[in-house]
Design a protein around this ligand. Sequence first.
Ligand code: NDP
Length: 459
Amino acid sequence: MVGSNMSASNVEHVDLEKFIAGVKSRNPGQPEFVQAVQEVSQDIFEYIKDKNQYHEYQILRRIAEPDRVVSFRVCWEDDNGNIRVQRGWRVQNNNSIGPYKGGIRFHPSVTESVLKFLAFEQTFKNSLTGLPMGGGKGGANFNPKGKSDHEVMRFCQSFMTELFRHVGADVDVPAGDIGVGAREIGYMFGQYKRITNKFEGVLTGKGLEYGGSLIRTEATGYGAVYFLNNMLGHLGQGLEGKTAVISGSGNVATHAAEKVTQMGGKVLTLSDSEGFIYDPSGLDQSKIDWIKTHKTVRRGRISEFVKAFPGAEFHAGKRPWSVACDVALPCATQNELNGEEAKMLVGNGCIAVSEGANMPTDLDGVHVFKSAGILYAPGKAANAGGVAVSGLEMSQNSARISWKEADLQKLLVDIMGDIHARCVEYGGTAGSKRIDYVRGANVAGFKKVADAMLAYGVV
Ligand code: NDP
């Protein structure tokens, strides 16, 4: 830790209540960001109560103030010749332990508040992976749904025409997120290369032909299931024979479903923003493959699943949390599981929740899971497998080599095991097998970033 010249005796400690009031007043109209900071702060204040330096150096206050937020205009022309104007952002939250790193989201619901919450969470998540990555996030209020390939290409190129100034292999390395998959990463990487004349690892999630890593696509969903299995394993159980309810039908959800089935579980549901499908016979690999193709190639709706597989039901406008299950994996978006729905899950016998999405459970829902004492893994721990393999993609790009799939698969399993172990270390209670995974992830993630910040002094 840093040697301090400051006089500890005169430094005033802000309490939790005042701290949260300050966050609220400095970030008006940013509920998602305030919610994320609130969720973390309680655990951190408890952890630092007898650790003066963290207070004196205002570490949490500084992590909760992004290094910078860049906001910019993105103009593009649609297929009918209309000029469209969108807003893009890059939030660079904290680079104390490595270059900023975090996905890009294209969705009409994207706001500065959503991206600030995601960049804040990302800072803790990236720290938990044990890899040298800071926290960032970006995106635009652009809806890729219903757009032609050429429209998406023109948008991505325009977005990168501004973003390129703020990113770089050693500066900030974005990846995909909601609405940004292999296609969008390809268009953005192509534009970056064209503008800068540099072929460097500026983005992860790239195609295998141009610097991408094996298993990056699968890593978030697979990792969330490994984490779930680690939690069950801690109690002497496994996934074999367990029923699973999963939300979403994008990258994270479909790969989570795939790994659950591979590990002997039965997946009953998937969903999209229009409703959920329930298949009592379980989603096997061929059904999951059908959904992957349907969503990413045909860009169709999940409701169409029941035409191809008549044994399944579609529940329009509903979320899947009323379906009885042993384990649940929310893998769609933030605040998609509220207190009432959490009660339904617990009441129907759910024993474990592993968040593939970022902050899918709202504060009431988290409270229900914690009070019920079920296994509950927050996204910053459970879905860290994606960014971990992104970190491995950065290493491969720097060394200009490609690692073998088997080695990467093992690294992913090991990293998720290490994250679980850190959560157990910081979230455990003496004499009990019960782990507070939220506290464990918050404190373990905070500590590494905080100690690096202390080493730098006040910057
Ligand atoms: P995708 O775009 O591939 O899929 C998103 C899925 O969520 C789609 O099924 C989409 O339905 C659904 N969805 C999106 N918004 C809503 C909404 N408001 N209500 C209901 N359903 C919604 O994204 P990803 O799978 O990549 O990301 C899912 C979550 O995982 C996000 O929270 C993301 O931040 C998180 N995450 C992703 C990582 C990654 O590697 N991709 C890494 C770590 C976290 P529809 O098709 O109707 O839009």
